[in-house]
Design a binder for this molecule. Structure first.
Ligand SMILES: *[C@@H]1O[C@H](CO)[C@@H](O)[C@H](O)[C@H]1NC(C)=O
Ligand SMILES: *[C@@H]1O[C@H](CO)[C@@H](O)[C@H](O)[C@H]1NC(C)=O
Ligand SMILES: *[C@@H]1O[C@H](CO)[C@@H](O)[C@H](O)[C@H]1NC(C)=O
Ligand SMILES: *[C@@H]1O[C@H](CO)[C@@H](O)[C@H](O)[C@H]1NC(C)=O
Length: 805
């Protein structure tokens, strides 16, 4: 029979004692917790065995056991069993449960043997413990969710409920704990990764694993779990900017710094080592730029030309050693530098312009370009302002070069037009182009004579066809054909005769030729106009007056008018014997049709019967006595007077003057009677006086007839010339000028003959060559002397014939 007493004692540490008392014949059983203090009561053996204390004493009850360690002690005086030595269940039984030990109590007198079994009840006297204080774990951050990590188990020697009951992991985000039991019942914990680790976020984790038992109070043991997160290449490099912008000036020297790209990689070690490369390895950008693979510095390695590339876009790749990468874009704007000069292209250009083009005529069209942009490409065109040209812009970048004023080839016949194109860069660049323009001639200038008028002198009796004046010169400011001057004699008439019968003009030289021989005594001067005409189309001309002055030649001898020379008769001047010194006997009157010196006459006494008696006034021709006439002087005095003109050489005429020195007429007659005609003279003195009167009358009538005839003849002659197409000097183009010499000069020769009589009754004939004067009065003493005459008019007065050629 067993009696269980359950005692509850409430003390500060709440102990539970379970006493199990069993009474059997000789066998009792106790249950005591372990670790009771020495002397602690295990059980009342006496009572439980039903023995009284005396019996115990008398029976010398004692404990016998085979064990070495006496855990219990029997207090016989009280009949109780107490703890003798600390009972450690774990030591006693280890893991065996239940744990008990037995011993016997022997009594003597009578011997009684009772078996006592003490069951040791476990007490939570051990906390779970770990072998190490720290668990070091190295876990790669790349560990996948669900990965297991075995943890060191804790050990709790307590058994049962007091043994290890549970593991607890300090709160964390990444791990959960799972517990398992081994076959032997020991528990162990496994950490399971629930959320991936991130070294970059938390390179190190410190956790606590707590192992608890089920005792009351609960006991626990703790171990630190130090987790080192191992790096995995789980972070790509990341550029700190998604776009890098930079500018570079064109023509930047090699090595110019552009920008630095920077990618950071959160990984460590080689996983975080970033290298930079250009993604477009081939292509323009790669030729012009270089990136330092370590520092990310981008520099210039090629020639950058804004005109080819205004912008570069480079993809830069940053790569870590694990192969992760990031890309970014670097935009490099090229800044224009004024490195291109403008270019001038002449699109159309006429290098020859007529001088009469109106202002504003387009001469050239040109185009300007500048490869630069913005201000560096803004072009202004300019010209030298002194030039008579201007620039006008037409379409974009196209310009017209216009004439600005009217041209005058004669002032300037060519221009060098320099067009300067300048851009607006700083410093500006410019280009020059020179156009060479020639101004072509237009016949806008008439020929001009060197003088407003000309005077030409020609000596009379010139030979026809002779060049008489070569000073006429006209110039024309135009060019070439427009300046080729021809000279033309303008139609006019001189004394009713066309001027062309007097002179001709050589068309190309302007030399004036005489067409006939001039006679000063007939014409002293005349004027005509010469036209100078150029070869333009239409031609321009101007004219000039040429005054032709004929100069006298001493071609006429003096003619004595008085005393009249009669054929056979003798005329004498009477000088009375009483005449004083200086008595004027007579006066010789002579004329000379020449003029000037040639007509300046002087008189000289050539021969005289008595040279001492008479003298002749050299200027006036007066014959005077120079001494008193005496009775001894002869009645008949014969004087020979020579009249000379002053020409070179001089011409002269001689006259015989008869002087009668007498007081009465009969005396004279007696003296002159030896002359053959003197008697007849004396007889017919009266008759001769009458005859003289008749002669004077006849002369008057004859002159009248002659003048009328000459007039009629001239009129007829001019009519003939008018109808007979006398050579007119036409205008010939200059290339025909070689023939002009023959056509321009009159080849006709007009001869005329002058016959004169002298008192010696001989014909004095002269041949000359001159113009149209064909009528001549021929004085002859006999009809036979007039052979050259075509017809002769015989007059009733025997010594005069009137004839015409
Ligand atoms: C890159 O940028 C980060 C922050 O943006 C900075 O800490 C680091 O020093 C830079 N690296 C270089 C090489 O400049
Ligand atoms: C990126 O890195 C570069 C180089 O170190 C630096 O100059 C720049 O300021 C950084 N940019 C940012 C936004 O941090
Ligand atoms: C124009 O230039 C040419 C060649 O350079 C030169 O021979 C000529 O004399 C110049 N003409 C003028 C009007 O300057
Ligand atoms: C000659 O020239 C003058 C001006 O010099 C002009 O008035 C005249 O008409 C011209 N005569 C002829 C016939 O051309």
């Amino acid at each position: 029979k067993a009696k269980w007493l359950l005692c509850w004692t409430s003390t500060w540490h709440l102990r539970i004692f379970v006493l199990m008392i069993s009474t059997a014949s000789g066998q009792i059983r106790y249950s005591v917790p372990e670790e009771m203090k020495k002397g602690a009561l295990i059980g009342n053996v006496a009572q439980d065995l039903g023995l009284d204390l005396t019996r115990l004493r008398s029976g010398r009850a004692r404990i016998v056991s085979g064990e070495t360690t006496q855990y219990t002690e029997l207090k016989t005086d009280k009949g109780i069993l107490v703890v003798n030595e600390r009972i450690d269940r774990e030591e006693l039984c280890g893991d065996t449960a239940p744990c008990s030990f037995s011993f016997e109590i022997i009594l003597e007198n009578p011997i009684e043997l009772h078996r006592v079994t003490v069951e040791i009840l476990d007490v939570n006297d051990h906390a779970p413990t770990f072998k190490n204080k720290v668990i070091n774990l190295e876990i790669s951050e790349s560990a996948t969710v669900g990965s297991h990590f075995d943890l060191e188990s804790a050990y709790d020697p307590d058994a049962g409920i007091h043994g290890l009951q549970n593991y607890v992991l300090s709160p964390n985000d990444n791990f959960a704990l799972k517990q398992h039991s081994n076959a032997d019942g020991t528990r162990f914990a496994v950490m399971i990764l629930q959320k991936p680790l991130d070294r970059e976020l938390k390179p190190h984790l410190s956790l606590k694993l707590i192992a608890v038992d089920g005792g009351t109070p609960q006991r626990s043991g703790t171990v630190n779990i130090e987790i080192t997160v191992l790096d995995a290449n789980d972070n790509p490099p990341v550029f700190n900017q998604s776009l890098y912008k930079a500018t570079v000036a064109e023509n930047a020297p090699l090595g110019t710094y552009i920008t630095t790209v920077n990618a950071s990689d959160a990984d460590s070690g080689s996983n975080g080592l970033v290298t930079y490369t250009f993604s477009n390895v081939k292509g323009k950008s790669a030729e012009k730029f270089e990136i330092d693979s370590v520092s990310g510095r981008i520099t210039v390695v090629g020639n950058i030309d804004f005109e080819k590339d205004k912008k570069f876009e480079i993809r830069v790749i940053a790569k870590d050693q694990g192969g992760l990468s990031d890309a970014t874009k670097v935009v490099i704007d090229v800044v224009d530098i004024n490195d291109n000069a403008p270019i001038i292209n002449i699109m159309s250009f006429s290098n020859m312009i007529s001088e009469d083009v109106p202002p504003g005529t387009t001469i050239a069209v040109f185009n300007v370009k500048d490869a630069d942009s913005e201000r560096n490409g803004q072009i202004t065109c300019s010209l030298d302002s002194s030039l008579p040209f201007k620039i006008q812009s037409s379409l974009t970048d196209y310009y017209n070069l216009l004439s600005h004023v009217a041209f005058d080839r004669e002032t300037k016949h060519e221009y060098n037009i320099t067009i300067t194109a300048t851009d607006s860069g700083s410093p500006p660049l410019s280009t020059k182009t020179t156009l060479h323009v020639k101004i072509s001639d237009v016949n806008d200038n008439a020929p001009r004579f060197t003088k407003p008028d000309y005077s030409a002198y020609v000596t009379e009796n010139n030979s026809p066809g002779m060049s008489i004046f070569s000073m006429i010169r006209a110039t024309d400011a135009d060019w070439n054909q427009n300046a080729r001057v021809s000279y033309i004699l303008e139609d006019s008439s001189v004394n009713g005769v066309p001027v062309s019968s007097y002179v001709s003009v050589s068309a190309d030289s302007g030399v004036i030729h005489a067409v006939r021989s001039f006679d000063y005594e007939q014409i002293k001067d005349f004027q005509f106009r010469v036209k100078a005409q150029d070869g333009g189309s239409p031609p321009l001309s101007s004219n000039v007056t040429v005054k032709m002055l004929i100069q006298d030649q001493n071609d006429n001898p003096p003619q004595v008018l008085y005393p009249v020379q009669t054929g056979g008769s003798v005329v004498a001047e009477m000088v009375p014997r009483s005449a004083d010194v200086g008595y004027l006997v007579t006066k010789v009157v002579a004329v000379d049709v020449d003029s000037g010196q040639n007509a300046w006459l002087s008189y000289k006494l050539q021969k005289a019967t008595d040279r001492a008696l008479f003298e002749v006034g050299s200027q006036n021709g007066e014959i005077r006595t120079i001494r008193q006439v005496s009775d001894k002087d002869a009645v008949k005095q014969r004087l020979s007077v020579i009249v000379e003109d002053n020409g070179q050489p001089s011409r002269s005429a001689t006259i015989i003057v008869n002087v009668a020195v007498a007081d009465s007429f009969p005396e004279v007659l007696s003296e002159f009677s030896d002359f053959p005609h003197d008697k007849e003279y004396n007889d017919n003195l009266t008759f001769y006086l009458v005859l003289a009167l008749a002669v004077v009358s006849f002369l008057f009538i004859t002159c009248l007839v002659v003048i009328i005839s000459v007039k009629i003849y001239r009129w007829r002659q001019s009519r003939i010339l008018y109808h007979s197409n006398l050579p007119v000097i036409p205008y010939y183009p200059p290339r025909y000028s070689d023939t002009l010499g023959t056509t321009g000069t009159l080849q006709h020769v007009y001869n005329y003959e002058v016959c004169r009589t002298t008192d010696s009754r001989k014909s004095d004939c002269k041949f000359g060559r001159a113009g149209s004067q064909n009528v001549v009065v021929h004085w002859a003493s006999h009809e036979n002397e007039c052979i050259m005459c075509t017809f002769c008019l015989t007059t009733f007065f025997q010594n005069f014939y009137f004839c015409s050629l």
